[in-house]
Design a protein around this ligand. Structure first.
Ligand code: SAM
Length: 276
């Protein structure tokens, strides 16, 4: 392993990488913490890692030093590319840098399986990125993702809690999810306003076939659009009677389990098929 890597703070100063709020830039300098994140999902040997938003490359170093077969790092900020190229020189043939918007890139076209995503996500696009990955979750062996704690809490939330909602249901439907650990805001430069948390997702393989992704998105959006109302009222916009899925019409969205939402999604798909 290369031991001659320059300190990250020097890299940032030399390449003038002052953090930009518009890109959700909060950098991690603590190499022990970066190593803990890199290794949280298990052994990386033989694994092709996709990192979103490497920035100056702190977490990228840790992933490479943890033995990943390859790292494909997608970064939107062109200012970071020269610094990342220097890092690539220290790990010949193992770091592939792509300048671009991760929202517009299909990682499965770039990187062969087995694939794992590891990212300290830019908070402003973390949820849409997650939804995109969930749509093709079985293409990944695992995802190690850092979110604002409030989002991480929503991902792991159980029925009848305040945090339980669309994101909990779709994520838990597609993946096993485990809360990893919190990261204090002061670990970042500059510190964000809130605590962060690492979550570990292991996609179900093959992907669940008990409903379509589109139908799950539709019924969860309608049900949680008016989360305090009874389903007979919140699902009216879809013309869907909860009884069609054996669900009491007086139930509320936050009381339903993931399999019950799948049943609703199937009932809605059945109903719209009849209408075609
Ligand atoms: N990985 C670095 C670390 O842990 O120190 C930086 C993490 S910082 C929270 C998020 C990174 O994502 C920034 O480098 C930012 O430029 C990048 N980024 C923001 N939006 C992006 C997008 N749409 N596609 C790819 N990268 C993006």
């Amino acid at each position: 392993m290369p031991t001659d890597l320059p300190p990250l703070r020097d890299v940032i100063a030399r390449h003038n990488l002052g953090a930009r709020h518009s890109l959700g830039q909060h950098f991690l300098f603590d190499s022990n913490l970066c190593r803990r994140i890199a290794q949280a999902g298990g052994n990386l040997t033989d694994c092709n890692v996709i990192e979103i938003g490497p920035g100056p490359g702190g977490l990228t170093r840790a992933i490479l030093e943890s033995g990943a077969k390859s790292v494909t790092a997608i970064e939107k900020d062109s200012r970071c590319i020269a610094a990342l190229n220097e890092l690539a020189d220290h790990f010949p043939g193992r770091l592939n840098i792509i300048e671009g918007d991760a929202l517009e890139i299909d990682e499965t076209q770039l990187v062969p399986a087995p694939r794992r995503i590891i990212a300290n996500l830019p908070y402003n696009v973390a949820t849409p990125l997650l939804i995109n990955w969930l749509k093709r979750a079985d293409a990944f062996d695992g995802l190690t993702l850092m979110f604002q704690k409030e989002v991480a809490d929503r991902l792991v939330a159980k029925p009848r809690t305040k945090a339980y909602g669309r994101l909990s249901i779709i994520t838990q439907w597609m993946c096993d999810i485990r809360f990893g650990f919190n990261i204090d805001r002061r670990a970042f430069t500059p510190p964000p306003k809130v605590t962060s948390a690492v979550v570990l997702l292991t996609p179900h393989a093959p992907a669940p076939a008990d409903a379509t992704f589109a139908a799950m998105e539709t019924v969860t959006a309608a049900a949680f659009g008016q989360r305090r109302k009874m389903l007979r009222s919140s699902l009216k916009s879809l013309g869907l009677d909860p009884a069609a899925a054996d669900i009491p019409p007086t139930a509320r969205a936050e009381e339903l389990t993931v399999p019950q939402f799948c049943a609703l999604a199937r009932a809605w798909a059945e109903k719209t098929k009849d209408e075609d």
